[in-house]
Design a protein. Structure first.
Length: 318
């Protein structure tokens, strides 16, 4: 299987400052994507200032994270050892932005305000209706006859491999020692993340496991139940069903591996297939969420990735 796209070679992997080149010319896709998303998030916080608890602190945290990113980004172009610190800071920023939605998203609409227990939103009702219209019912029930403690454990491991694949891709990209390419690939990954986040803001939904009342719970083993609870506890948002970020971003991970480490991509392929199946079988997502996630992921692979590399290797860019 050939790589999904053919990327242009970087003109140079050096990011050292060049005299006479404006800061705008040195801007890379990663910088533009993060600047745009964080500033847009702050604008949303200001717009809904009266509804969001501690809105001032939430906005300040986002601006502080952005300032830290810009400082480390600037420093990493001048002092190579600081690139490691920049990578750590970038990971912390993305995790912070994701978890930070938990302090914003639930307060933007009346039907998403935190309740205990959580109840489905208007978006849940629409997504469930779309599933029923397109697929003739609730697709999560298609897998019910196949679910046993063993199969649920396998699916839960596949679902959790999303986090392992992120680490694998990070190690592969850093091991190539092509820092400019690393920044471009990372821009594609983060751009895909942020696209799914926009979906969460526009269509905040909990997913089938909250919306539907199932006759029987999933037949978890002790281990799969522990993994399930750990993921649920770490996630402060919960209104993140549409589109499926696991599906979208995992496709991007796989595409990058096919470009940079094809053998590893083939090894990862069964996990990726299992992960996508698990999103529906374990009732995390409606099937329409997965379809939308596939569209987002493929969009970033076939349109976003070439565009990012063209922009980052443009004439006069540094």
């Amino acid at each position: 299987m050939p790589p999904p796209i053919r990327l242009p070679r970087s003109r140079t992997e050096s990011l050292a400052p060049v005299g006479g080149v404006s800061p705008l010319a040195r801007l890379m896709s990663l910088d533009a994507i993060i600047l745009t998303y964080v500033l847009a998030t702050v604008a949303v916080i200001i717009l809904f200032y009266r509804r969001i608890p501690d809105a001032g602190w939430v906005a300040a945290a986002h601006l502080g994270g952005l300032s830290g990113y810009l400082i480390l980004r600037w420093a990493s172009t001048r002092v190579a050892p600081l690139r490691v610190l920049f990578v750590v800071g970038l990971i912390a920023l993305i995790v912070g932005i994701y978890e930070g939605m938990g302090f914003i998203l639930p307060y933007l609409r009346d039907d998403t305000l935190p309740t205990d227990p959580a109840v489905g939103t208007a978006a849940d009702a629409w997504l469930a209706r779309i599933d029923q219209m397109l697929f003739g019912g609730d697709p999560t029930t298609w897998f019910t006859p196949l679910l046993t403690p063993a199969s649920v454990l396998v699916l839960q491991i596949c679902y959790t491999s999303y986090f392992v694949l992120a680490l694998v891709v990070l190690i592969v990209l850093l091991s190539r020692k092509r820092y400019r390419s690393f920044l471009s690939h990372t821009a594609v990954i983060i751009g895909c993340f942020f696209t799914t986040y926009v979906g969460y803001y526009l269509w905040p939904a909990y997913g089938p496991r909250v919306f539907y009342e199932y006759a029987e719970p999933l037949p978890h083993s002790a281990l799969s139940a522990a993994i399930y609870r750990a993921i649920d506890t770490a996630d402060l948002i919960h209104l993140n069903a549409f589109p499926s970020g696991h599906t979208a971003v995992t496709l991007v991970y796989l595409a990058i591996l096919f470009v940079e480490a094809r053998r590893l991509a083939w090894i990862s392929l069964p996990l990726v297939v299992g992960l996508i199946v698990a999103t529906v079988a374990l009732r995390y997502h409606y099937l329409i969420d997965v379809v939308a996630g596939l569209a987002v992921g493929l969009g970033w692979i076939f349109i976003g990735m070439p565009a990012v590399f063209r922009f980052d290797n443009r004439p006069n860019g540094v």
